[in-house]
Design a binder for this molecule. Sequence first.
Ligand code: CUA
Length: 324
Amino acid sequence: MRTPVVLAAALLLCACGEGRQSVLNPSGHDALLVYDLAMVMFVGALVLWLLVGGLFVYVTRINPREMSRRLAEVLIIGGGVLFPVVLLGGLLVYSLPLMQAPREADEGMRVHITAEQWWWRVEYERPDGTLVTSANELRLPVGRRTGLVLNAHRVIHAFWVPALGGKVDMIPGRETYLSFLPEAAGTYRGQCAEFCGASHALMAFETVVMAPEDFEAWLTAEARDAAPPDTEEAARGAQVFAREGCGSCHTVRGTQAVGQVGPDLTHVGSRLSLGAGILGVAAPDFANWIAHTETLKPEVAMPSYDHLPAADLTALAVYLGGLE
Ligand code: CUA
């Protein structure tokens, strides 16, 4: 009784979520190729298993007589040599070209992504060569192949957005490469797929696939400097940010904060998540994050600012949340 219950529960759990981070929900050209290959292998393996199992039952139960020498030779040479050579050769011819696709030269934009501990530095290369820096979120135009130039800072990480394509290691000192051709607008979750330290599991990001014109508009907005604080409380938050020295690690373009150690915060309030996929971006999320970084993300470089007076913390959260 127990086994069927466990199996049913596992199947139900598999159906959880809406496939935002699933290889079974391919929404990019490269993910679709991997999905098709997996299906061919899975169905093929099943057919082969049934065939061999059927043959075994036939010769041991249904017709257990001694075989003629000729039939045995046909079975051994045909089933043991010819059949696997033809089948595996066919699979090889079918699958080899698939390996090339994710690495082919990109025709569109390039995005440089560097894995840090434990967040993602994301830089969009514009046609004139300038970089637009962002973090912990990837935006892509639908229907265009975008090249992803992957690097890592200290240890090996792996870049993976299951719904859009394969997985590639990010290695310190060695550039690796991947490209995506998204086929459906939507938001897909990515996750670091190589153990990289205490907060490996807390190293995620959203990939937002947008209509090309929306993407261009977004990139233009992302390239702008931060808007100055528009409320008294936000202005106070900006003072707290400067006083606490946040700008020595973080950049807010258009201000004196030009730090390069942590994520660029110029438009942090317009992102979908905070702390690389672990919190939302409402003001309470910012306050929670700033005061409890070390609890929320073990061994993170940013210390918990739990000494801040509550009013300062709230003002700082309002300021950062307003950086849209
Ligand atoms: Cu980065 Cu695991």
